[in-house]
Write a protein that binds this ligand. Structure first.
Ligand code: SAM
Length: 281
C-alpha cells in the first residue's frame, strides 16, 4: 500500500469462503475498516483472524462517517469500506463516502468480489445479451406498480432484489404488469445451504413460491425476461409452433423452423425450447 487509499472491498453474500485473497490481505493491512453493521463485519473478521478497528458507516450516518475516513486519509492512514454482504454501493451504502473521498483527491481502489445480482445471472442460463440492474422496487404497492409500468417495455432482462415478505406480492404485480408469459428466474439464498434457482413463467411464480413455506425464506434475486424477447416472440405463437415441432424434430431444427415461421428471434426461441424440454413439453 503506497498512498493512503480507500479500498472498496466486496465481502461474501453467504458462504464465508467467497472472499478474494487480495481482499483478505487488504483487510489485514488497513488502519481501519468502515462497515455497514459492525457486528456482522466483526464476525467475518473473526473468522479470518483480522483485528482492524471498525467505523460504523450506514445509510443514516454516511456523511459523518465519511468525514472520519477523510481525517484518517489526511493523516496518512488507509481505510477499507465494506457492507454487510457483497459489493458496497450496490443497493448498499458506500457511494457517498466514495464520492467524497474521490472529491478530496484520495485514491479509491475497488476490490471486486461477490455480488448477488451477478451471481444469480451466472447461474440462470439466460441467453439475454443485455440486462438492467434495478435493485429493490419501492415497497408500497402503488409505487411498485407504477415503477413496473415504466419497466414493462424495456427490452432488457430485468434484475431485482427483493425481501422475503414482499416476494409473492412483487411477482404477482410483475405478472399483472408484464403478462403471465415472460420467464422469471427466482434465485434464493445463493451460496448458502438452501440455495434454490428456479425458472418458470411469471404467471406461475406466485403459486410456486406459495406451495412451500421454505420457498419464501431468505434472500432473493429475481431475473425477469425483457420486453423485446417476449413480444418479438409473439408470445403464444412460438410456444405453440415449438410444441408441435419439438415432438417431431431435434431441438436445433425445431428452433430454426419455429423462428422462421413466427418471425421471432432465434436466441429467444432457443431459450424457450430449452425451458419447454426441461418442463417435459
Ligand atoms: N451489495 C449487495 C450485492 O453486492 O449484491 C446487495 C445488498 S442488498 C442490501 C441485499 C439484497 O441482495 C437482498 O435483499 C437480496 O435481494 C440480495 N441478496 C444478497 N445476498 C443474497 C443471496 N445470498 N442470495 C440471494 N439474494 C441475495
Amino acid at each position: 500500500m503506497e498512498r493512503p487509499s480507500l479500498y472498496v472491498v466486496a465481502t461474501p453474500i453467504g458462504n464465508l469462503a467467497d472472499i478474494t485473497l487480495r481482499a483478505l490481505e487488504v483487510l489485514k493491512r488497513v488502519d481501519a475498516i468502515a462497515a455497514e453493521d459492525t457486528r456482522i463485519t466483526a464476525r467475518l473478521l473473526r473468522h479470518y483472524g483480522i483485528g482492524a478497528p471498525l467505523i460504523a458507516l450506514h445509510e443514516h450516518n454516511e456523511r459523518s462517517a465519511a468525514q472520519k475516513i477523510l481525517q484518517l486519509l489526511a493523516h496518512g492512514k488507509s481505510v477499507a469500506l465494506v457492507s454487510d454482504a457483497g459489493t458496497p454501493a450496490i443497493s448498499d451504502p458506500g457511494a457517498i463516502a466514495v464520492a467524497l473521498v474521490r472529491a478530496a483527491g484520495h485514491p479509491v481502489v475497488p476490490l471486486p468480489g461477490a455480488n448477488a445480482a451477478l451471481c444469480a445471472l451466472s447461474a440462470a442460463g439466460t441467453l439475454a445479451q443485455h440486462f438492467l440492474f434495478y435493485g429493490f422496487l419501492p415497497p408500497p404497492a402503488a409505487a411498485r406498480r407504477r415503477e413496473l409500468a415504466v419497466l414493462k417495455t424495456l427490452p432488457y432482462l430485468l434484475v431485482f432484489y427483493e425481501a422475503p415478505h414482499r416476494v409473492i406480492a412483487s411477482v404477482t404485480d410483475m405478472a399483472a404488469a408484464f403478462g403471465d408469459g415472460r420467464a422469471i428466474t427466482i434465485a434464493r439464498e445463493l451460496t448458502k445451504l438452501f440455495e434454490t434457482i428456479h425458472t418458470c413463467r411469471l404467471g406461475e411464480a406466485a403459486a410456486w413460491l406459495a406451495a412451500d413455506a421454505n420457498r419464501i425464506k431468505g434472500e432473493f434475486v429475481l431475473l425477469v425476461e425483457g420486453a423485446a424477447e417476449a413480444s418479438a416472440m409473439d408470445a403464444g405463437a412460438a410456444r405453440r409452433v415449438l410444441e408441435i415441432l419439438l415432438r417431431e424434430l431435434p431441438l436445433k431444427q425445431a428452433v430454426k423452423l419455429a423462428a422462421a415461421i413466427t418471425g421471432a428471434r432465434k436466441n429467444g426461441v432457443y431459450g424457450l425450447a430449452l425451458r419447454m424440454r426441461k418442463e417435459g413439453k
